[in-house]
Design a protein around this ligand. Structure first.
Ligand SMILES: [Fe+2]
Length: 168
């Protein structure tokens, strides 16, 4: 997204397919998979175990999920508007992409170094198994091939970037 935003700012016109792929990834994988697993299953379970939900890390993580949800809606709108083509719409797209770039590294850091180690300490094996079962329900809703499709998308995006580098 950072590379894409820089390119647009420098006057490059990204392929429509790339924009649609990224908007799909954010809507399906991030919103319907990542956020749903945490907001609807993990966080309520931790709250039930007595973890204060307004404090760090759950408070800021929930806030960031909401911010990312808004950015995802903006991204769909920005991609659609950009395809219809005005310079002003390009600025909206760049602003939205930058929003994700600013939000996610810190979000993932808090999850990897605070949320997951804490969860591992608080939930016993039985509760963790229950959580995995519930995550399975979320996975089936987005489609069991979703992860494979998004791995292929990552490979396609990498290949597109490599080809662009070669053309330079
Ligand atoms: Fe999250």
């Amino acid at each position: 997204m950072a590379v894409l935003a820089d390119g647009i700012q420098e006057g490059e016109v990204p392929e429509t397919e790339t924009l649609i792929d990224i908007a799909d990834f954010m809507r399906i994988f991030v919103e319907k998979c990542h956020h749903e697993k945490e907001d609807n299953h993990l966080f309520p379970l931790l709250a039930w175990k007595g973890v204060p939900i307004a404090e760090c890390p759950i408070g800021p993580l929930t806030h960031e999920h909401k911010a990312a949800g808004k950015l995802t809606v903006d991204l769909d709108a920005a991609v659609e508007a950009y395809q219809k083509g005005s310079r002003e719409k390009g600025e909206f797209l760049v602003k939205t992409l930058h929003g994700f770039v600013e939000l996610y590294p810190g979000h993932i850091w808090k999850e990897n170094y605070l949320l997951f180690p804490m969860t591992d300490k608080i939930l016993d094996e039985l509760k963790q198994r229950e959580l995995v079962k519930n995550f399975g329900v979320v996975e089936r809703k987005i489609g069991t091939d979703a992860h494979q499709r998004f791995e292929q998308l990552a490979e396609r995006l990498e290949a597109r970037e490599r080809n662009k580098e070669k053309e330079k």
